[in-house]
Design a protein. Structure first.
Lengths: 432, 337
């Protein structure tokens, strides 16, 4: 029975994918692990591999077509099968992106030519992955992301050999598509509308996959999201005083809280009161997320190719300063040395970009889709201020929100910033 | 006390399963005057299956006793003798015939020590043919291990080869508890190396009959030999099976099973009794308990089919947990079906 390849779920918010490019054509022989296509998701462009050996019997959609996850996109005749037996497979209507709830189930088998095709991943809908006990244990030991695997056991159960195969692919450098860091995937660069001429003395720098992804995603963000900015200035004196005291007391425990840790907590707590800051525009509706996951932009050192990634502090509204600090440090360190795994970069619902440590007073940021807002923080700077009708020296920080006007209006932004300011200027509230 | 043996003399000696049983019984009777054998046809006829051949001549009619066809009677009498300090060996021509002696052997012997508050033990061996003997029909083909292993207070040994027949029988006769010793008519003629002299195999120690890396086959008694056939067949497909011969069901050497399953991650239990409430289901349950995080698939089981034993030759062969059915179970367990 030929195997039908369906549009895989390659990121947690993905509802549909676009085949940017087919790497195979009908009649090609493929082996498990071969790249079938580049698939563009809401996050990045990623390679989609085949899990079966055989011959590509049919490509059901063309390059550029966008279809919902679970939609059949190709048919592979397994070794020894007649490729023509797959002819009855009908391509699904292109772009049937159902405006379903975010929990849109992909667990429902898609029946094509009598074959029950199980969804290729298990990360969605909260359904438990079917996996044998020893496979689960081995995955933990070997660091294999089980959600990226398609089980070959009954009903799609992930079994021992699936883990062994995945581990072998990791060792061999061919990382399974969906375990690749999102920003590492190659993506077509957004071509400038005017040709760029390389003049005398100029030189070319090869563009990394990450740079391509940054280029493509930010063009998409800036050109599709109606951005606007709202700024506010915060009095940082009480917070800095508290921070100095806390860090002196916590030093023996190796804890050193940064200003950014306080900002993460202040923003996360404010989101509980302002749920639209923890939301995504979804075409015909707004999705308000259940978890508050704050992304923190981390720049990577030049020797790692530069660029930046967004590390995600999960459930930041439920974490204390100490945990936020530990999480942020651990993720930033890992990002700069070994790189982050996809699960450490996915699922942010709000992002903070902080250039204060570089002495920047003020800047604006581009929204990190599918977020609805990003906060750009400058440095805490001593300035002449007026307090109690007296001119004195105070420390202040300028922060600028970039907002998606489809989700958040100006007055809402002002209210949110007022809450953030209250949190920061009364920092004891951040301790409890 | 062990007798010194010249290993070069014993290494090549091969005798039949039935000879190994006789050797163990005769040696123990020479060693211990309390030991005696009784049962139908054991004396003058030299045993229905010639296990006791020549024993009447050596030990005389007071110790090799022909009984009437009255299992309940002679089993009960032997239990009384055991309570009084003798060490009887009761031969059932077939374990199928022990069913009429269920009350003495299940309700008296295993409970005697407990119910008498330790006043009376019951050092007795019940032995005989168990399982399908070859076209004996439904009522004479009982595998009693499923029923009898359910009872606390007894020990249950089930050898698969001549060497174990001798080693386990010697241990059974010297054991102070009632031992149910299950032989198979189909393997009585099997020849194999058997050590001379005193030879004891402790109860509760499984033997790895074939080492392997891909799947653990757990069995006992005659089906161990089916497992070895299946393992040879599967080796041609590149599947390396480890065959564990449990040798006793009570006590059960679960440690050896766990050790093997932790290595292979797969377990197939082969048991000639019916599947419902069987030693095989008990093994599977214990493996699931102890090896849950080591299993890549649920424990598969191969039993006799859940029907009365057929008389027809071809049906009886298919009914048994034969090598082909074991191969299919292993492939299925390893997701290679």
């Amino acid at each position: 029975m030929p195997t039908t390849v369906t549009m895989p779920r390659l990121s947690d918010t993905m509802e549909a994918g676009t085949v940017i490019k087919w790497h195979v054509k009908e009649g090609d022989t493929v082996a498990s692990g071969d790249v079938l296509a580049d698939v563009e998701t809401d996050k990045a462009t990623m390679e989609m591999q085949t899990y079966d050996d055989g011959v590509v019997a049919k490509l059901l959609i063309g390059a550029g077509d966008r279809v919902a996850i679970g939609t059949p996109i190709a048919v592979i005749a397994l070794d020894g099968e007649d490729a023509s037996s797959a002819d009855s497979a009908k391509p699904a209507a292109a772009a049937p992106v159902a405006p379903a709830a975010p929990e849109a189930s992909t667990e429902e088998p898609v029946v094509v030519t009598g074959t029950v095709v199980m969804p290729s991943t298990h990360a969605d809908t909260g359904a438990r992955a079917r996996i044998s006990p020893v496979a689960r244990r081995m995955a933990e030991e070997l660091g294999v992301d089980i959600n990226s695997l398609r089980g070959t056991g009954p009903g799609g159960r992930v079994i021992k050999r699936d883990i062994e195969d995945a581990a072998a692919r990791m060792d061999g450098g061919a990382v399974p598509a969906s375990t690749m860091p999102v920003v590492m995937a190659p993506a077509p660069a957004a071509a400038p509308s005017l040709p760029v001429v390389a003049g005398p003395g100029s030189r070319e720098v090869a563009v990394s996959g990450m740079r391509q992804a940054i280029a493509r995603r930010l063009v998409e963000s800036k050109s599709t999201i109606p951005h606007y900015q709202v700024s506010m200035r915060f009095n940082m004196d009480p917070l800095l005083e508290l921070r100095t005291m806390l860090n002196a007391q916590l030093e023996p425990q190796g804890v050193k809280l940064s200003v950014n840790d306080f900002i993460v907590r202040a923003c996360a707590l404010a989101m509980a009161q302002h749920p639209y800051f923890n939301a995504s525009w979804a075409g015909d509706r707004i999705i308000i997320h259940g978890e508050v996951n704050v992304g923190v932009a981390v720049s990577l050192p030049a020797e790692r190719g530069g660029g930046l990634v967004v590390a995600v502090i999960r459930n930041a509204d439920q974490k204390g300063l100490r945990q936020i600090s530990l999480d942020t440090r651990a993720l930033a360190e890992k990002a700069r040395t070994r790189g982050l795994g996809p699960e450490e970069m996915m699922g942010a619902t709000f992002t903070i970009s902080n250039l204060g440590m570089y002495g920047v007073d003020h800047f604006t940021a581009i929204i990190n889709p599918p977020n609805s807002a990003i906060l750009a923080c400058g440095a805490a700077v001593e300035r002449p201020v007026v307090r109690g009708r007296q001119l004195c020296v105070g420390t202040e920080l300028d922060a600028t929100l970039s907002l998606d006007h489809r989700v958040i209006d100006g007055a809402m932004a002002a209210e949110y910033l007022t809450t953030v300011r209250h949190n920061l200027e009364n920092p004891a509230t951040l301790l409890v | 006390m062990s007798t010194a043996i010249d290993p070069t003399m014993t290494a090549t000696r091969e005798i039949e399963f039935r000879d190994a049983l006789r050797e163990a019984m005769s040696q123990e009777m020479r060693r211990d005057p309390r030991v005696f054998l009784l049962g139908e046809e054991v004396a003058h006829y030299n045993g229905a299956y010639k296990v006791s051949k020549g024993m009447l001549d050596e030990f005389g009619p007071r110790r090799i006793i022909d009984t009437p066809i009255s299992e309940s009677g002679f089993a009960g009498m032997a239990i009384g003798a055991a309570m009084m300090g003798l060490r009887p060996i009761v031969e059932f021509m077939s374990w199928s015939f022990s069913l009429v002696a269920a009350d003495p052997i299940l309700n008296n012997a295993p409970k005697m020590l407990y119910m008498s508050g330790g006043q009376f033990g019951c050092p007795i061996v019940f032995r005989g043919n168990d399982g399908a003997g070859g076209q004996l029909g439904s009522t004479h083909s009982w595998c009693v291990e499923g029923l009898y292993s359910n009872v606390p207070g007894l020990k249950l040994a089930i050898p698969s080869c001549p060497e174990d027949a001798k080693g386990l029988m010697t241990t059974a006769i010297r054991d102070d508890d009632p031992v149910f010793f299950l032989e198979s008519e189909r393997v009585l003629g099997m020849k194999g190396h058997v050590p001379e002299g005193d030879y004891l195999i402790p109860f509760g120690q499984a033997k790895v009959r074939r080492e392997g890396t891909d799947c653990t086959l757990v069995s006992f008694g005659r089906p161990v030999n089916f497992c070895l056939d299946a393992a040879a067949e599967l080796a041609k497909e590149g599947i390396s099976c480890e065959v564990l011969d449990m040798r006793t069901i009570r006590p059960l050497d679960i440690d050896s099973i766990v050790r093997s399953v932790r290595k292979t991650n797969y377990c197939v239990v082969v048991d000639q009794s019916w599947s419902f409430g069987s030693p095989g289901s008990e093994v599977a349950s214990q493996v699931h308990q102890h090896c849950f995080d080591d299993l890549d698939n649920f424990v598969h089981r191969v039993h006799s089919a859940d029907v009365p034993t057929p008389y027809a030759f071809n049906l009886e062969q298919e009914y048994l947990p034969n090598a082909r059915r074991i191969c299919e179970a292993v492939r299925s367990c390893l997701y290679r079906a």
